[in-house]
Design a protein. Sequence first.
Length: 111
Amino acid sequence: MSTSPAPIRSLSIEHKTDEHGTPVLICTGRLNLETTEQFRAEVKKLAADHKIIDADMAAVDNVDSAGLGSLLGTYISAKNQGCDLRLIHVNPRLKDLLNMTHLSSVLHVES
């Protein structure tokens, strides 16, 4: 009897730049306890040199409480460095979660 593999608990982050020169982090996978430091580190690397960073969250399909905490903490850290972290193309499930927790009123969330 074979068992199905465990769900992937990883986060991949691809770096791009939009037409205005704004760095875009294209995030795919899960933002959870195992991956929060990776997200935070990627934003921190860019925040010192940029006024705006966009995090494309269209393919982030799972976020746990540690992931929510990391989004808020990373947003605040970026703000303290003079950088605006914007969440763009937010997955509907994540958008619902941000609305339920009222984090959408704190974080910069764009459709």
